[in-house]
Design a protein around this ligand. Structure first.
Ligand code: SAM
Length: 214
């Protein structure tokens, strides 16, 4: 990432979002050849399927893949569900997602991505569409400027470089006020050599799940 992509800690959400878009627009074409992205997305997809297998129905389940990127998680989920809408704030990521769907001959009614910056202040941006399942991968959450009410140091486009504690994620889910049965647990671990520290580190990936109240 070039230094021009860096934004100061005091940046507001709009500026942060803008830099995130610039960053992911430039990453989109090469995203699917990044071995780390491929491995993590595969593991995330497998973890979601393992957790929800008995509740997924290829005839009924409608999914939103929030911050879908090029659709690596959507692709893993697709055999198990009826339809998937990917939502992402980067147009280039959305284009890569839809190109893949087109190349696979999948109908857009089954799977497609749209470019949207979902904002509470802008009301219903999805035309009242409801979903049985909303997924968001943990790599994406690290790019959000605001998680609940907590702010951390903003550096590049990754606001939460150190990741999250179990209780932070649980608090966010509970604070929505609309989720029951909130569960956060260790899903898988991943080892990666960190150049800066010259050592291999173990990253822990959590899976967080909540059910919308009736
Ligand atoms: C690590 S990638 C996710 C990859 C994706 N899960 C996949 O399987 O291909 C992060 C994605 O989050 C998107 N993103 C970041 N902040 C977002 C936001 N506020 N709203 C929507 N998308 C966002 C980025 O554009 C990027 O495509």
């Amino acid at each position: 990432m070039s230094s021009s992509d860096q934004i100061p800690a005091s940046s507001n959400d709009d500026s942060f979002g803008h830099h995130n878009k610039l960053h992911f627009n430039s990453e989109a074409k090469k995203y699917d050849i990044d071995p780390l992205a491929l491995t993590i997305s595969k593991k995330c997809g497998e973890a979601i399927i393992k957790e929800l297998r008995s509740e997924l129905d290829p005839e009924k389940t409608e999914v939103m893949d929030f911050a879908c990127g090029t659709g690596l998680i959507s692709q893993a989920l697709s055999p198990y569900v009826k339809s998937i809408i990917g939502v992402d704030s980067s147009q280039n990521m959305v284009d890569e997602y839809n190109k893949k769907i087109w190349q696979q001959g999948i109908d857009a009614s089954e799977m497609k991505a749209i470019c949207l910056d979902l904002k509470e202040s802008e009301g219903d941006q999805l035309d009242g569409r409801k979903f049985d399942l909303v997924v968001v991968d943990p790599e994406t959450i690290g790019h959000f400027n605001r998680l609940g009410d907590k702010h951390k140091h903003v550096e590049h486009t990754v606001a939460h470089k150190g990741g999250f504690y179990h209780n932070e994620i649980e608090e966010v889910f509970l604070n929505t006020g609309v989720l029951d049965d909130v569960k956060v647990e260790l899903s898988f671990t991943f080892n990666q050599f960190i150049e800066k520290d010259q050592k291999e580190c173990t990253f822990k990936y959590l899976i967080a799940k909540g059910r919308k109240k009736e």
